[in-house]
Design a protein around this ligand. Structure first.
Ligand code: SF4
Ligand code: F3S
Ligand code: FES
Length: 242
């Protein structure tokens, strides 16, 4: 049996709240175990070698979106990325585009909350649907599937970190924002029309600022059909803008 591979994990260390802290890469050697994820490698480093290492996780199952980071330059979830699928040298950086808390920990939550408030990303129910009988009204199963597909976004921020437009323009809503609007614009229970959605994303901070770079589509860990949704929304908003 061959010996376990030893991997070198290079991690950005920096605490922006400490005036003495200078950003630097710190390297750790880890013995790879079967089925080891990046999350497990980081946990081993923190438990055995460096309790000060900061990184986020909650679910460890690709559901909560909190463990996203740049892995050899590409945004990924640490909890579902296997070390065996990576070279022996692994460089981990915090997601760009979000406030750095420390090391690999960034505040995506505040960014996502502000985005949801700005885009009013909740169902604006039609008044008649307060009627219990109508709430039970069945939705066309194919349409329900399309909406469910877009609802699988875990707000991890990978699409924002990968997008050149989002990195250049702080107010750009990113693929995550465009996906939210596409989702509500499909929903027949939402009282808003194309004119209302145009008000929210019919400009250069919205769908017309997207340069179709498509890195968002390539990196989304939930494989959301972002390319199709952005094209769909652009056509609808172009019509709405007349
Ligand atoms: Fe993450 Fe995909 Fe949602 Fe973007 S669209 S926040 S990459 S799950
Ligand atoms: Fe950015 Fe995706 Fe558009 S990467 S430019 S949001 S297609
Ligand atoms: Fe929840 Fe990775 S820890 S997505």
């Amino acid at each position: 049996m061959s010996a376990a591979r030893r991997i070198q994990v290079h991690v950005l260390r920096h605490n922006p709240r400490d005036p003495a802290s200078e950003p630097r890469l710190q390297s750790y050697e880890v013995e790879e175990a079967a089925g080891m994820t990046l999350f497990l490698a980081l946990t081993e480093i923190r438990e055995r070698r460096d309790p000060s290492l900061a990184f986020d996780f909650v679910c460890r199952a690709g559901i909560c979106g909190s463990c996203a980071m740049l892995v050899n330059g590409r945004p990924r979830l640490a909890c579902n990325t296997l070390t065996k699928d990576l070279p022996a040298d692994i460089t981990l950086l915090p997601l760009p585009g979000f406030e750095l808390i420390a090391d690999l920990s960034v505040d995506t939550g505040r960014w996502m909350r502000a985005l949801s408030e700005r885009l009013q990303a909740w169902l604006h129910a039609r008044e008649t649907e307060v009627d219990a009988a109508r709430i039970e009204e069945p939705m066309d199963p194919d349409l329900a599937d399309r909406i469910y597909e877009l609802d699988r976004c875990i707000e991890c921020g990978c699409c924002v970190a990968a997008c050149g437009t989002a990195q250049m323009r702080a107010d750009f809503v990113g693929a995550v924002g465009l996906n939210k609007i596409a989702r509500f614009s499909l929903d027949p229970r939402d009282a808003r029309g194309d004119g209302d959605f145009y008000e929210l994303v019919g400009d250069d901070d919205g769908v017309f600022g997207c340069m179709t770079l498509l890195a968002c589509h390539d990196v989304c860990p939930k494989q959301l059909p972002l390319q199709n949704q952005i094209a769909f929304l652009r056509r609808r908003m172009a019509r709405a803008g007349g």
